[in-house]
Design a protein around this ligand. Sequence first.
Ligand code: PAZ
Length: 321
Amino acid sequence: MSTASKTQAAPAERKVIDPDTYFDHNQPPANLQQAHSAVAAFIGAQEAGRPIVLVTSGGTTVPLENNTVRFVDNFSAGTRGSSSAEQFLEAGYAVVFLYREHSLQPFNRQYSHRTEGLLDYLQPDGRGGISVRPEYKERVLSDLNRYEQLRARLLKVSFTTLADYLFLLREISLLLAPTGARSMLYLAAAVSDFFIPSHSLAEHKIQSAGGDLTLHMNQVPKFLRPLVKVWAPACFVVSFKLETDPGLLEPKARHALDKYGHHVVVANLLHTRKWQVWLLTRDADPCLLQISQDQLLRGHDIEQDIVAELVRRHKVHASAA
Ligand code: PAZ
């Protein structure tokens, strides 16, 4: 069989597999055991009653080859997740931050993925050491103090592929389950809806000598269902819904709420996501959260408003449990 044809499955093979079958047929990430131990120890170290949140952030990749040279990526810089993690820390939460490797991270996000790199903030101090350039000093010191104060309540775990993400999501959800309503799952990562099953993956780099490449991708099983019903049934679950067609946003968000029975969907449109989102629940009208362009320019992140509102709702949920 040629490499190119190995990446294609005949339409007749196409079916939606269930989550258990997915885990049976895909490889767990190399950091799964280490993440299990670190998250278990982190949860165990939190003082009684401290709320805990799992924040997922960044996009998953879907490899086209086992020895991966090419992959399909999902859009997300990790701004939403990393900024939200900061807000949860400020609100007193312990945060497990499950993020796409090399995407934005809490606090450090202000100093990466910009025109300036680390070295642009620094200068030799003339005595063989380094110092922060005077024009950045105030900002760096304030961010550093904030980070130093809060970082003990932050645990970071990274993923790259869809499979990494799903294995880690299941593992961390199962570890959080015994903490019940005290924990929130805040699923802001952009997760692929399609993947190439491992048995159809090319082993080596797909060669161009064979001409055009046609990809056939299967639908990813809906993991929110077991997450809500089986993995972490007592936790407060918030999912995100991203659309580009405004007409689809509310119906799709409502459909997710009805289908999975979780607590909140945060709905956003690609081009307005930094200043406008809607919080949807089963029994109320959508709650619009919006900031002005002026607020945005002055450094107000909409995540401050999203997290404040969710913290309020989580408290209600936890006290009713
Ligand atoms: O990471 P970012 O700030 O660039 O984008 C955030 C987002 C749009 C990925 C997030 O708000 C979101 O909607 N996540 C879920 C995407 C989905 O529907 O799969």
